[in-house]
Design a protein around this ligand. Structure first.
Ligand SMILES: [Zn+2]
Length: 373
C-alpha cells in the first residue's frame, strides 16, 4: 500500500468527517463537490469565476476528450490545465459511466468496451489500459479506474455480479498500467509553474466499488478495492435510477466498512439533501451535472435546500436576489430574480452563467459547513 494521500482531521458524532486530500496540485479540503467540466470547461464560466465559487476540483471526462479533440492533441498543447486555463486539481472520469449511458451503442468484452463514436459513426474500443493512458496524457491529477457499470434494468440487476467481478479484474489491469505510466515520469520533479505543488507529483488513482443494490456484492467489492493499491474509494453504480431509499440504505450499510485512511467518492450525486445524508455517512467527494445543467435551465437552490424555477412568471417583478443569504457573485452583485428571468426569456447565456455561479457556490457552502476551517 502506498503512502496515504488522505488525512482525516476530525470525525464527528453524526458520522461526517473533515479531512485533507493531498493532490500534486496542492491540498484540498474535504468534503468537496466537483462540477462537471466534461469537455474541459464548466459551461459558461471562466476559471476565475469557478475559483470564486469556492470550487476546488473539476471533473473532466476522458471519454469525451478522447473523442474530441483527442488526448494527444491536448498533451501536445501542454495538458488539460494549460489547455483549459484551470490550474487547480482535475479528476478525470474513466469513461465507464459514459459508456453505460450510451448503453445502446456498446458491447462489453473481457478486453474492454466497444462503442459507437456518435460523432464519426465509427466503432471505438476502450480498454482499461487505454483509459489509464488517456487520463495520463490529459494530465489528470486524480485518475479513475475503468469500470463496468450496470443499470437497474432486469438485465442490469442480474449482471451485477458479473460486472463487479469484471470491474475487479479491470482494476488490477488499471493498477499495472498506472504503475508503468507513473514509474519514471515524475521522479524528483515538481510541477512546472504550479504554486504550492508538493513532492507528491504523481497523480492519484481511485478504484470503483460496484455490486448494484446487492449488499453482499457491495461489501465484497469494497473489500476487494480496499485491498488494492488505490488512493481513494469511489462508489459507482448508485444514483442511476434507484429510489432514494435504496441509495440511502446502501450508504448506511457501507459506512462501517470504509478504510479511514482513504478518501471516499460517491459518484453522480449532487442534490443537497442527498449530499448531506452521504456526508453524514462518511462520504468526502461528490460530482453531479445538477448545479450546472439546472443553472442553464433556470433552476436554482435557495437556503433550506429548496429549488426555485426562475422562468416562473411570479418572478417577473421580483427585485430580490436569488437568495438574500447567499454570498455568491450573482447574489452579492444584486442581480434580481426579475432580470434573470428576463435573460432566460430572451435566451441570453448570461442567465446560465449567473445561475451556475450561484448553484456552485451553494454546494461549496454546503461542503464548507462540514470542513475544518
Ligand atoms: Zn447566490
Amino acid at each position: 500500500m502506498s503512502k496515504s494521500h488522505f488525512k482525516e482531521l476530525k470525525r464527528y458524532k453524526n458520522g461526517n468527517r473533515s479531512g485533507i486530500l493531498k493532490t500534486r496540485r496542492g491540498p484540498v479540503k474535504t468534503p468537496f463537490f466537483m462540477p462537471c467540466a466534461s469537455r474541459g470547461s464548466v459551461k459558461g464560466l471562466q476559471p476565475s469565476q469557478i475559483i470564486d465559487s469556492g470550487t476546488q476540483v473539476l471533473l473532466a471526462n476522458a471519454y469525451h476528450l478522447h473523442l474530441q479533440p483527442g488526448e494527444k492533441v491536448i498533451k501536445k498543447l501542454g495538458g488539460l490545465h494549460t489547455f483549459s486555463g484551470w490550474q487547480g486539481p482535475i479528476l478525470t472520469d474513466s469513461g465507464g459511466f459514459q459508456v453505460f449511458s450510451l448503453a445502446k451503442a456498446r458491447k462489453v468484452t473481457e478486453e474492454g468496451v466497444y462503442f459507437k463514436n456518435l460523432a464519426s459513426g465509427g466503432e471505438v474500443l476502450i480498454t482499461p489500459e487505454e483509459s489509464m493512458q488517456i487520463q495520463f496524457d490529459l494530465g489528470s491529477d486524480i485518475i479513475m479506474a475503468f469500470d463496468d457499470v450496470t443499470g437497474l434494468s432486469p438485465t442490469g440487476r442480474t449482471r451485477s455480479k458479473e460486472a463487479m467481478e469484471r470491474t475487479h479484474r479491470w482494476l488490477v489491469r488499471c493498477i499495472t498500467e498506472f504503475k508503468k505510466l507513473t514509474k519514471n515520469s515524475f521522479k524528483g520533479r515538481t510541477l512546472k509553474g504550479v504554486k504550492g505543488t508538493t513532492l507528491r507529483n504523481k497523480p492519484l488513482l481511485f478504484g470503483i466499488v460496484q455490486g448494484g443494490l446487492d449488499k453482499n456484492l457491495r461489501k465484497k467489492s469494497l473489500e476487494f478495492v480496499q485491498s488494492q493499491e488505490v488512493d481513494g474509494i469511489a462508489i459507482g453504480g448508485l444514483a442511476v435510477g434507484e429510489t432514494r431509499k435504496e441509495m440511502y440504505d446502501m450508504l448506511n450499510f457501507l459506512a462501517p466498512f470504509y478504510d479511514p485512511a482513504r478518501a471516499r467518492y460517491l459518484m453522480g450525486v449532487g442534490e443537497p439533501a442527498d449530499m448531506r445524508y452521504a456526508i453524514e455517512r462518511g462520504i468526502d467527494i461528490f460530482d453531479c451535472v445538477l448545479p450546472t445543467r439546472n443553472g442553464r435551465h433556470g433552476q436554482v437552490w435557495i437556503t433550506g435546500d429548496k429549488r426555485l424555477n426562475l422562468n416562473n412568471l411570479k418572478y417577473a417583478n421580483d427585485r430580490g436576489p436569488i437568495d438574500s443569504k447567499c454570498d455568491c457573485h450573482t447574489c452579492k452583485t444584486g442581480y434580481s430574480r426579475a432580470f434573470l428571468r428576463h435573460l432566460y426569456k430572451v435566451g441570453d447565456p448570461l442567465a446560465g452563467s449567473l445561475a451556475t455561479t450561484h448553484n456552485l457556490r451553494y454546494l461549496a457552502r454546503l461542503c464548507e459547513e462540514y470542513q475544518q476551517t
